[in-house]
Design a protein around this ligand. Structure first.
Ligand SMILES: CC(C)(COP(=O)(O)OP(=O)(O)OC[C@H]1O[C@@H](n2cnc3c(N)ncnc32)[C@H](O)[C@@H]1OP(=O)(O)O)[C@@H](O)C(=O)NCCC(=O)NCCS
Length: 208
């Protein structure tokens, strides 16, 4: 197994690795048909190869002084947008080696912390805990249809691992709609949504 920087000729292998890795997770619906690009942003994009087959993938998007999208802490963060290992190759340390290779790259940058979001799957949550990540945030991804129309919301901050969210007129808000998925801040909001399924959505943080 070797880890190299992603090259476009590995795109199909990258996509297959990702879809298979996600197949038996709560993120199975999140299928990509093209490798995501991050125009204008510095990135770390690595793949693990076994006999030239992509068996692991990692993408990180780095904050700069000009563009800072990290949310879980102040300063320059790196957003781990994906880490996944082909199911036939899981449990052999490939995920950890990809992460360590990314850390080596981060040492050459001013990045101060890493943040990432995942759902409730035990392998992923254990993986991040083992790597020393701290759980900072928990919301819920709910798949359903809301009873009433959504409103513009403002994120006021965090308390007890919850997001404090208000509508524009200052009313506390229990959920909002993000990319077709309800992001629920208080499970009481489930009473207001016809949902099929929901998962915890956890924000993890690690200081470098
Ligand atoms: C999470 C994932 C990337 C881990 O990759 P991996 O190469 O299998 O993990 P590693 O072999 O490097 O394991 C490192 C540590 O992670 C934890 N871990 C990995 N697989 C685990 C499992 N199935 N159950 C519990 N803990 C697990 C363990 O703590 C392990 O350390 P240990 O071997 O000393 O016990 C992999 O399971 C995966 O691709 N999952 C599906 C995609 C996914 O959920 N990605 C995260 C999206 S946010």
């Amino acid at each position: 197994m070797k880890i190299i920087k992603y090259e476009p000729r590995y795109e199909e292998g990258w996509l297959r690795c990702r879809v298979l890795a996600y197949l038996h997770t709560s993120m199975y619906e999140d299928v990509k048909t093209e490798k995501p690009q991050f125009p204008g942003r510095p990135t770390i994009e690595l793949i693990a190869l076994e006999d030239d087959m992509v068996v692991g993938i990692l993408d990180m998007v780095l904050d700069t002084e000009e563009i800072q999208t990290s949310f879980l802490a102040k300063g320059l963060g790196a957003f781990l947008s994906v880490i996944a290992v082909h199911p036939d190759y899981q449990g052999r340390g490939i995920g950890q080696k990809l992460y360590e290779a990314a850390l080596e790259e981060l040492e050459k940058t001013p990045i101060e912390f890493i943040e990432l979001y995942t759902r409730g799957d035990e392998p992923a949550n254990n993986f991040y805990k083992k790597l020393g990540f701290e759980l900072r945030l928990e919301t819920y991804d709910v798949f359903g249809v809301e009873h009433s129309l959504g409103k513009e919301v403002v994120i006021k901050g965090m308390k007890n691992q919850r997001l404090l969210v208000e509508t524009e007129d200052g009313q506390e808000c229990k959920y909002t709609l993000v990319d077709g998925v309800y992001e629920v801040y208080d499970l009481a909001a489930l009473d207001e949504i016809d949902y099929d399924r929901y998962y915890p959505s956890r924000g993890y943080y690690k200081k470098l």
